[in-house]
Design a binder for this molecule. Structure first.
Ligand SMILES: NC(=O)C1=CN([C@@H]2O[C@H](COP(=O)(O)OP(=O)(O)OC[C@H]3O[C@@H](n4cnc5c(N)ncnc54)[C@H](OP(=O)(O)O)[C@@H]3O)[C@@H](O)[C@H]2O)C=CC1
Ligand SMILES: O=C1O[C@H](COP(=O)(O)O)[C@@H](O)[C@H](O)[C@H]1O
Length: 517
């Protein structure tokens, strides 16, 4: 490999391959069927099928062994589904003849089956279609691999899982498998999540269930373990002795955009904080796992989640943007927060006293997701650095993936003055010409490979709901109310006050500007 550049190997097959050396490499043969349930929906067209297309283009899905099925109630033909998907696979305007050829070849792999989610008829038909494909691909019975992706509202998960279990499993366990990918939200609180887990758990074993959280597939989230545990310089610093506070922030510069009906039942805490931001917190705060085996990593995540103290009402700020209730699908008296900022406190030896501020909001001034680790002041500071700012290590998840470290340096010149600057690793500049894979792409590939490292285990999910359920119930009961904020703003002023109370010191006059090429 050339220095300073990456490449993505084109593989003849993904069968013998694995990102993680810790995953047992089992030689798998037989056909692979990927079944997207809810194929007519928003997630399927925007994320699932495009991710499959990208895997196909990179050689991870071979036409001689893979077939893709779409399943939903909507009555459409194979061709109509293909037409719906085409525009989401490549940009129409910038598509090259090769792009169009790839799209055509990919779409030919897709077959559509229409049926309901709770009656045997549709699933028997689906099973028949899958089996025909397996025979066609010369798969011996039992070595077939079946991946069911539930791009569906969670309300139908139990019945769909029951139907898969009864009608669509691979026929024996001689080397083949059946796996089920379920999307968030996994429940609405601790009790409903546990009920859902029990219902699905009666039908499938934990190694067959892939609870997807797409933030775990983002490049810089995947980098967290490497950063923390493969760099000597971070090891002694990553604790309460050196770190003053940690922020994990998600901002979107658009509102609920036609998804108000869905969103209003969940709110920003269930939509973003309980899953995406909490998963990031786990990776920032957990102890070093025994190895990179998925179970070792997930064991550590559970431990840190179980060490989180109950959230205090006076360490929470909720907001709702003006105009949110104009959406006809949102009730006029909705108490649902579209913004939340809160302090999580981890009661363990490493983090006692260090506030973790989780903040997420819709309709804000910018779109950004980042982790900001602020270090303590320099003791016995002879340069009066404190006035200029503290060291910060920032990991920008999106957009413009980057990590940069804010430092105090001598201002160039004859005077002995100090100034804030940064060590900057901006991905677009450092890894020129490299396309960073979409989160869904990686995670689907992991599912095919049987790697559950980046998926949420049942006890992890339970521990996550335990943290937020009391707060969510108080919001649902109207005991806590969101403050209004203007769309396009930073959210309620009270959120900045909470940040200050948590000990965050803003560096005045400093702003990081992503480098241009
Ligand atoms: N859209 C997104 O960006 C994201 C979505 N998700 C999650 O992915 C899953 C799917 O999301 P999304 O595609 O947006 O959802 P959709 O509302 O588009 O639903 C997907 C499909 O499910 C069927 N469906 C919809 N409502 C019902 C219902 N009440 N009962 C039975 N079937 C129904 C419809 O197919 P048909 O009527 O043809 O059967 C629909 O096309 C959800 O769990 C969502 O939370 C997660 C992250 C992002
Ligand atoms: O899960 C969700 O995530 C998206 C944001 O995802 P991103 O990868 O673009 O950061 C959010 O818009 C949506 O409300 C939520 O359900």
């Amino acid at each position: 490999m050339e220095s300073g550049s990456w490449h993505i190997e084109k593989r003849a097959s993904f069968r013998n391959d694995s990102f993680s050396k810790e995953i047992d490499n089992v030689l798998e043969n037989g056909s692979l069927s990927i079944i997207v349930l809810g194929a007519s929906g928003d997630l399927a067209k925007k994320k699932t099928f495009p991710a499959l297309f990208n895997l196909f283009r990179q050689g991870f899905l071979q036409p001689n062994e893979v077939h893709i099925f779409g399943y939903a109630r909507t009555k459409i033909t194979d061709e109509e589904l293909r037409d719906r998907l085409r525009g989401y696979l490549v940009n129409d305007k910038g598509a090259s003849p090769k792009d169009l050829e790839d799209v055509a070849n990919f779409l030919q792999l897709i077959k559509y089956v229409s049926g309901s989610y709770d009656s045997g008829e549709g699933f028997q038909l689906l099973d028949k279609e899958i089996s025909e494909h397996e025979v066609l691909k010369n798969s011996t019975e039992g070595s077939s691999r079946r991946l069911f992706y539930l791009a569906l509202p969670p309300s139908v998960y139990p019945s769909v899982c029951k139907m898969i279990r009864h009608f669509c499993m691979n026929k024996t366990d001689l080397g083949g498998w059946t796996r089920v990918v379920v999307e968030k939200p996994f429940g609405k609180d601790l009790q409903s999540a546990e009920e859902l887990s029990s219902q699905i758990g009666e039908l499938f074993d934990e190694p067959q269930i892939y609870r997807i959280d797409h933030y775990l597939g983002k490049e810089l989230v995947q980098n967290l373990l490497v950063l923390r545990f493969a760099n000597r310089m971070f090891l002694p610093l990553w604790n309460r002795d050196n770190i003053d506070n940690v922020q994990i922030v998600f901002r979107e510069d658009f509102g609920t955009e036609g998804r108000g009906g869905y969103f209003d039942q969940y709110g920003i805490i269930r939509d973003i904080i309980q899953n995406h931001l909490l998963q990031v917190l786990c990776l920032v705060a957990m102890e070093k796992p025994v190895s990179l085996k998925p179970e070792h990593i997930r064991d550590e995540k559970v431990k840190v989640l179980q060490s989180v103290l109950p959230i205090k009402d006076d360490e929470v700020v909720l907001g709702q943007y003006d105009g949110y209730k104009d959406d006809p699908t949102v009730p006029d008296l909705s108490n649902t927060p579209t913004f939340a900022s809160m302090i999580l406190r981890i009661h363990n030896e490493r983090w006692e006293g260090v506030p973790f501020i989780l903040k997420a909001g819709k309709a804000l001034s910018s779109r950004k997701a980042e982790i900001r680790v602020q270090f303590k002041d320099v003791p016995g500071d002879i340069f009066k650095c404190k006035k200029q700012g503290r060291n910060e290590f920032v990991i920008r998840l999106q957009p413009s993936e980057a990590m940069y470290m804010k430092l105090t340096v001598k201002q160039p010149g004859l005077d002995m003055l100090t100034v804030q600057s940064e060590l900057d690793l901006s991905y677009r500049q450092r890894y020129q010409g490299v396309t960073i894979p979409e989160a869904y792409e990686r995670l689907i590939l992991d599912t095919i490979r049987g790697d559950q490292q980046h998926f949420v285990r049942r006890d992890e999910l339970k521990a996550a709901w335990e943290i937020f359920t009391p707060l969510l119930h108080r919001i649902d009961d109207g005991e806590l109310k969101p403050l209004p904020y203007k769309p396009g703003s930073r959210g309620p002023d009270a959120a900045d006050e909470l940040l200050e109370k948590a000990g965050y010191v803003q560096t005045l006059g400093y702003i990081w500007i992503p480098p241009t090429l």
